[in-house]
Structure formats: structure tokens, C-alpha cells
Design a protein around this ligand. Structure first.
Ligand SMILES: NC(=O)c1ccc[n+]([C@@H]2O[C@H](COP(=O)([O-])OP(=O)(O)OC[C@H]3O[C@@H](n4cnc5c(N)ncnc54)[C@H](OP(=O)(O)O)[C@@H]3O)[C@@H](O)[C@H]2O)c1
Length: 335
């Protein structure tokens, strides 16, 4: 089969190669991959900033395809089904445990930039008929994370939610929050992206380049109360602002570090308002299944900003690594 390998830690070190066709063992399925989608973690792996990868590696965690062969003793899935293999194939359900998150596609296991991949049958989820392969490929990491975000604060009609930025996790969180009846405040670097966010349902728009103290804008919008949930995809100095913007008893769902992993804040901003800081690392196959059912029920269409050919892999990575050019997800179409 053909595959793209990352051969050294560099955003330009992608090489097309030929690898043996994988064969499904007991409990496994063979997927003919049709599309992959990038996440920030793929850039971190490709630059050597995320530990655990052994090179050469077939990169990119998330993908979508169809089942073309079944190993022995496989139940619950069928030939020809359009499926997404989950990022962490051993985390089927329940809370996070070290042994459940050791296997990660595109890091410690082969990723999605190959013609075929073998994964445990228990780790695949069928994706909704209204989505094409590129849209399906966006779901495992970003939709699971965003779904866990809105669930972490039991978002419902009347809830208020801050979404930071317009990357993959943020736009799924916006779509899930709107589907749950919440009022959404979208905070982004660009007026043009904010208008695109309004078209997805954002109720209030704040440009953090024009208003770096976006937390004060959020307090103004909410009459000083703050919001029930901040989906914290940014990290760095944004974190203290999120603590300021959240309401008493509200939740800061902490997943991102695009602005850095180090931060400092006054503990009274947590203690005085009894803020819940909820850390998260993607989620289980069951969480992905719930997110997919919410997407099907609400006819949510993932935002795929650009689709690249497989020979444009380096260009796709460069686009994501640029930080603020894209809106939603970037997909790579397989041949
Ligand atoms: N822990 C988990 O469960 C989990 C799961 C998935 C992702 N993540 C993390 O969550 C973060 C977002 O992931 P993603 O895949 O959605 O990323 P992404 O698609 O690359 O989006 C990042 C967005 O953040 C905004 N941004 C970029 N630099 C910024 C800065 N300095 N300050 C403020 N905003 C900035 C940009 O939006 P605007 O231009 O609109 O501002 C950009 O589109 C990453 O750190 C990723 O590793 C964590």
C-alpha cells in the first residue's frame, strides 16, 4: 500500500513510500482510508514537541474510510460500513486510565496517511450519512473533546458559553452548545472569522486583537455574572482571563495550549467563585459515539475549511501550524 511517513521531526519531512498491506487479526478490521483531518497535536508530533512517537511514522491521528476486511471473531460492524477509527483505540469507555491511553493513532500507532489501516473493531464508530469522508475524518479528536466540554458543564437552554478561537475543537463546541440551547460568546482574532462564527449560531462576537481584555467584554455581555462554561483551547495568559470570565460555580474546561503551557493566576479567582477547572484528554470511544449521535440528531455539518491532496501533506501541516489562518478543520484526501 502507499503511505506517507514522517521521517524526522520537521514540518517538511513527509515522504511517500510503499509499505506491506496490513492484515486484520482476531477482533480487528481492515479500513480503506479515504480522508484524514489534522489536529493541533499532529503539528506537535511532527515538530517533536509531543513525546512518544517513534520515527518513521505514518502520521495524522484522525481519518475516515470503509471496512474492507474483517478479522476472526469480529461482531458489531460489517463490510462496506463507513467508519472512523478512534484516536485512542484502547479507551473504550469509562474514566481515563494509563493503560487506556497508551495507544494513540498517529503517535504510538500508525496514523491515517496510508491506503489501509488495521484497528480493533471495538474502536471504530460509524459516522452519519449526511457527512462525506473528509467531514467524518474531523470527528475523533475534535468532536469528542468538544462534546465532553459541553457535557462537563451540563450545558442546556439558558446556559452561557465562551468559545475561544475558531479552530477545530472550538467550532464543534460552538455547534454543540447551540444545539443544546446555549447562548454563545465567540472570541477570535479576526472579524471575518467572527462573522463566519455568527453564521454558525454565535450570539455575541469579541475580537481579542481589538480587545485583548476579552474577559471584561464577556462580563459586560453577561451583566457582570460571567459564563457557565469557558472552553479553554488557548492556555498561556488566556487562562487567567478565562477564570475572570467564568461565573460563580462555572466551569473552565481546560484542553488547549496554543498560547503556551505555562500560566499563572490568583488562587482567589478559583476559590472565591468555586470555579470548576476540568482537565480533559480527548475521551473514549463511547464519548465519540455520543458526539456522533449528537451530530446525526442535529444534522451538524463539521466545518472543513480546506481539502488538500495527499501529496500536499506538508502544505496542509504548514497551514495548521500558521496558527490563525484556518477556520475549523483541514482535511487531506487520500487517493
Ligand atoms: N486535551 C484535549 O482533550 C484536546 C483535544 C483536542 C485539542 N486539544 C488542544 O486544544 C487546542 C486547540 O486545538 P485545535 O485542534 O482546535 O486547534 P486549531 O484548529 O489549530 O485552532 C487553534 C485556534 O486557536 C486560535 N489561536 C491561535 N493562536 C492563538 C493565540 N495565541 N491566542 C488565542 N487564540 C489563538 C485560532 O483561532 P482564531 O484565529 O479564531 O483566534 C486558531 O484557529 C490545541 O492546543 C490542542 O492541542 C486538546
Amino acid at each position: 500500500m502507499y503511505a506517507i511517513q514522517l521521517v524526522e521531526p520537521s514540518l517538511t519531512a513527509f515522504r511517500r513510500t510503499s509499505l506491506p498491506d496490513p492484515q486484520p487479526g482476531p477482533g480487528e478490521v481492515l479500513i480503506r482510508l479515504r480522508a484524514a483531518a489534522l489536529n493541533y497535536i499532529d503539528v506537535a508530533v511532527a515538530t517533536g514537541a509531543f513525546p512518544g512517537a517513534t520515527l518513521p511514522l505514518v502520521p495524522v491521528a484522525d481519518g475516515a474510510g470503509e471496512i474492507v476486511a474483517l478479522g476472526a471473531d469480529v461482531t458489531g460492524v460489517a463490510l462496506g460500513e463507513r467508519v472512523i477509527p478512534h484516536f485512542m483505540p484502547d479507551w473504550l469507555d469509562g474514566p481515563m486510565r494509563p493503560e487506556r491511553i497508551a495507544a494513540m493513532r498517529g503517535i504510538t500507532r500508525p496514523g491515517s496517511l496510508s491506503e489501509y489501516v488495521v484497528v480493533p473493531a471495538s474502536s471504530v464508530v460509524r459516522f452519519p450519512d449526511h457527512l462525506d469522508f473528509a467531514q467524518g475524518a474531523t470527528l475523533p479528536i475534535a468532536a469528542t473533546t468538544a462534546w465532553n466540554g459541553v457535557r462537563s458543564a451540563s450545558v442546556r437552554p439558558g446556559s452561557t458559553v465562551v468559545i475561544l478561537g475558531t479552530g477545530g475543537v472550538s467550532l464543534f463546541a460552538l455547534q454543540f452548545a447551540k444545539a443544546s440551547g446555549a447562548t454563545v460568546i465567540l472570541v477570535s482574532s479576526s472579524d471575518e472569522k467572527l462573522e463566519r462564527g455568527r453564521a454558525l449560531g454565535a450570539d455575541h462576537l469579541v475580537n481579542y486583537r481589538a480587545a485583548p481584555d476579552w474577559d471584561k467584554a464577556v462580563l459586560d455581555i453577561t451583566g457582570g455574572r460571567g459564563v457557565d462554561l469557558v472552553v479553554e483551547t488557548v492556555g498561556g495568559t488566556s487562562f487567567a482571563r478565562s477564570l475572570n470570565a467564568v461565573a460563580m460555580g462555572g466551569t473552565v474546561f481546560t484542553v488547549g495550549f496554543v498560547a503556551g503551557t505555562e500560566t499563572s493566576f490568583n488562587l482567589f479567582s478559583v476559590i472565591g467563585k468555586a470555579v470548576r477547572i476540568v482537565g480533559n484528554s480527548t475521551g473514549s470511544v463511547a464519548d465519540l459515539g455520543e458526539a456522533v449521535r449528537a451530530i446525526a440528531a442535529n444534522r451538524i455539518v463539521p466545518v472543513v475549511d480546506q481539502r488538500f491532496g495527499i501529496d500536499e501533506t506538508a502544505a496542509a501541516f504548514a497551514e495548521l501550524a500558521a496558527g490563525s489562518r484556518h477556520f475549523g478543520k483541514l482535511a487531506i484526501l487520500l487517493e
